[in-house]
Structure formats: structure tokens, C-alpha cells
Ligand binder design. Structure first.
Ligand code: ZN
Length: 284
């Protein structure tokens, strides 16, 4: 199942991304049009969605897409979760997941423009997980059954603020407006041949800068869900940014950061891509 936020309304999308069906209308009001609400009734919704024909749907316009989980109660993000990324930033391999948050106001739809905040603006493609059923003290083997689906995310980061202070300001440096684009839609794990082994990559102005597989994660999605849920219940619709592989700007020699008019494309195999352009900060 492919699930999207189309002009702030929940929609089922055809696998080619060309057409969609509005969920509230298709269900005669049984399910809300609000994308975030679906996760509260995830299993019930899955059963309903199974029988909805998509071939007669309306044409999908990418500019109408928003985040498939636009208002999560909790947003988790993981630092240094790929060995080659830890190496390129001269960091030790973490022995436990390095957890921070992207504040919820930084989350947005897939193809937004991002205002350059000044400083050293960097890119980080990530696999993003959205929680389906509440997860509390979940074993790794049961973790995927608590996941609604996965989507593509960008963890835009301003490195000077991120690394200022002791301890550093990961959450704040990654939470300027539109620093958390997500989309283009949510794909349920059953649609993926192996949800633990997907190609993930990022292109900057059509040049490939990141390319890896999610199987290279130090802490896999099941391990992250298990470790996080041992402490904090993961609630329906919560968002988890799972970390970025090597190839970010601060890891380049010399370091390289984003400028106005740069175009960033981020993708995950079997899910899709998101497209972001850096624009000048509005005055005022
Ligand atoms: Zn990140």
C-alpha cells in the first residue's frame, strides 16, 4: 500500500505514483481525511484499504503532496548510524544509538524549498519510519509489525549550530523550517522485497553524493525500535529518522556545503524520491 497526503487529505496512491483515491470519500466518511489520524486505526485501515480499487483514481500532482505523517507527537532521529558516515566525520562507532529529535515544526512535505539559514548547510538522506501500532518494549523480531511504513527523508543540518556547545546542539541545528522534508508517500513494509536492505542515495545538482544500502546501518530498524521502545512508548504516527550514510558535505575534503539554487534529490529504492531546492532566506 502507498499512502499519501494530497492537499492535506489522506489518499491511497497507485504503485506508479500517477493516481490517487481520496480516503474519506472512498470510505463514505468511515475514515478521516486528516492524514495523521489514520495511524490511530492502523490495522482497521489496512483491512479497508486492501479492497479499494485504484485504477479509476484522480491524477496526482506532485506539488499537492505533503508529509504522510505531518503532525507526529514524537520525532526520533539517530546520529552516526552508518559506519562509513561515522568514519568520514572522524567519529567513533556508537555502542548505543545516538538519539536526538527534529522539532516537529521542521517537518514538511517532499518537494519544498528550503531557506538557507546562513552557516554551513548540509544534506543527509535518510530512511524514515512511521509507527503504526503503539510499540512498548518490543523485541526486534516483532518490530516491523509495529511499523506503518517507510518514506524518504532529508535531515537538513546546519553544522555550525549543530556542533556548537558541549554537548552539541543536534536537535536545534537540524530544526530550521523545512529542514525535515518527507515523502513522496508512505510505503508499507510488505511492498518491499526486503525492508532491511534498500538502496538509499542523494544527488546534489545531478551529481551522486551519497549511495549506500540500509542494510549497512549499525542499528537496524528493528534494533532501533526495540531499543527506543524499551524506554519510551512509540506512538501511532510517530516519526523515526534512521540516520544517514557517508557522502555528506562536512565529510568531503575540503568540506562542501549547500548554496542558494542548489538542488538536492534524495531517494530510497522501492519508495521514491523527494526534491528540494535551496533558496535565499526571506527578509523580515
Ligand atoms: Zn541525520
Amino acid at each position: 500500500m502507498w499512502l499519501a497526503n494530497v492537499a492535506h487529505r489522506l489518499a491511497l496512491v497507485s504503485p506508479d505514483g500517477q493516481r490517487y483515491v481520496d480516503v474519506e470519500r472512498a470510505s463514505d466518511g468511515q475514515f478521516s481525511s486528516a492524514p495523521q489520524e489514520v495511524y490511530e486505526r492502523w490495522q482497521e485501515f489496512r483491512s479497508f484499504a486492501h479492497g479499494v480499487p485504484l485504477d479509476g483514481g484522480e491524477i496526482l500532482a506532485r506539488e499537492d503532496l505533503g508529509s504522510p505523517a505531518p503532525e507526529p507527537r514524537q520525532v526520533f532521529a539517530i546520529g552516526l548510524n552508518y559506519r562509513d558516515h561515522a568514519s568520514e566525520t572522524n567519529s567513533a562507532i556508537p555502542e548505543v544509538p545516538l538519539v536526538f529529535t527534529k522539532f516537529a515544526s521542521s517537518l514538511c512535505g517532499p518537494d519544498v524549498e528550503v531557506e538557507h539559514p546562513g552557516g554551513s548547510l548540509d544534506w543527509e538522506v535518510e530512511l524514515v519510519v512511521v509507527v503504526g501500532e503503539r510499540a512498548q518494549r518490543i523485541a526486534p523480531k516483532d518490530a516491523w509489525s509495529h511499523v506503518a511504513g517507510v518514506t524518504v527523508g532529508q535531515d537538513f543540518s546546519e553544522r555550525i549550530l549543530q556542533h556548537s556547545g558541549v554537548p552539541p546542539q543536534f536537535s536545534l541545528g537540524k530544526s530550521y523550517p523545512n529542514f525535515g522534508p518527507m515523502g513522496p508517500w508512505l510505503v508499507t513494509p510488505d511492498e518491499l522485497t526486503d525492508p532491511d536492505d534498500l538502496e538509499i542515495g542523494c544527488l546534489l545538482n545531478d551529481q551522486q553524493v551519497q549511495k549506500a544500502r540500509t542494510s549497512d546501518m549499525i542499528f537496524s530498524v528493528p534494533q532501533l525500535i526495540s531499543r527506543l521502545s524499551a524506554v519510551t512508548p512509540l506512538l501511532p504516527g510517530d516519526v523515526l529518522f534512521t540516520g544517514t550514510p557517508a557522502g555528506v558535505g562536512m565529510g568531503a575534503n575540503p568540506p562542501r556545503f549547500l548554496s542558494v539554487a542548489d538542488r538536492v534529490i534524495s531517494y530510497v529504492e522501492g519508495v521514491g524520491e523527494i526534491r528540494n531546492t535551496i533558496v535565499a532566506r526571506a527578509t523580515a
